[in-house]
Write a protein that binds this ligand. Structure first.
Ligand SMILES: CC(C)(COP(=O)(O)OP(=O)(O)OC[C@H]1O[C@@H](n2cnc3c(N)ncnc32)[C@H](O)[C@@H]1OP(=O)(O)O)[C@@H](O)C(=O)NCCC(=O)NCCS
Length: 176
């Protein structure tokens, strides 16, 4: 497996973008609508290739969030996915590790996960997050600023020595 990394500042590569869009569509039931991103263009991506076939993808968004009175720099894990035929060989876990290694300046990695298994194995924990404020984006339009209990999906991994502070969470933007 060969891994490549790409920043948003790079000029686009049409064949790579086509491969990313079709992998995302295959893995997320077409919700990306043929785009290479869902709500916003990510800052970085890590891609896993077998020859010229794109087998896996993770996007990284860097941000600060507010937790109570503390501002916390985080890495947002976005659109982690592996082609169905290549799953359960460790590619998803390797992409997650690679994303974390590239984000050493951030205090925490954050992922919103319907299924926590892969993340728990990688050292993430579900956070009690009954009060999360974020910008709701629907169909590429800002909808409203909403507050939700995300305790069932909000996963956090400590990347430095800081402990997660107490208090309500403001994502200062959209949800990953
Ligand atoms: C989640 C996913 C990236 C895992 O990729 P992978 O290369 O198979 O991952 P690994 O081989 O490193 O680990 C496999 C383990 O991931 C876990 N897993 C499976 N589906 C998962 C999911 N949707 N979310 C989190 N973990 C998952 C399982 O524990 C699995 O091992 P098991 O089947 O033996 O229990 C892949 O299943 C996928 O693309 N799913 C569709 C997209 C998706 O749901 N992405 C997660 C967004 S939060």
């Amino acid at each position: 497996m060969r891994f490549t990394e790409h920043t948003a500042a790079e000029s686009s590569d049409p064949s790579r973008d086509t491969a990313i869009a079709s992998l995302l569509d295959a893995c997320f039931d077409g919700v990306h609508g043929g785009r290479t991103w869902f709500k916003q263009i990510p800052h970085e991506r890590l891609l896993a290739w077998s020859g010229s076939d794109l087998m896996g993808h993770v996007a990284m968004e860097y941000r600060v969030v507010r937790v109570g009175e503390v501002i916390v720099p985080i890495l947002g894990i976005v659109d982690l996915c592996v082609a169905p035929a290549a799953r359960r060989q460790g590619i998803g876990s390797a992409l997650l590790r690679g994303a974390e290694e590239r984000a050493r300046g951030q205090s925490f990695a954050l992922a919103m996960a319907d299924d926590p298994k892969l993340y728990q194995r990688a050292g993430y924990s579900l956070l009690h997050a009954p009060n999360v404020t974020f910008l709701a984006i629907d169909e590429l339009r800002c909808h409203s600023v909403i507050r939700r209990d995300l305790s069932e999906i909000f996963m956090v991994k400590q990347l430095t020595f800081d402990a997660w502070p107490d208090g309500p969470i403001d994502l200062l933007g959209h949800m990953f």
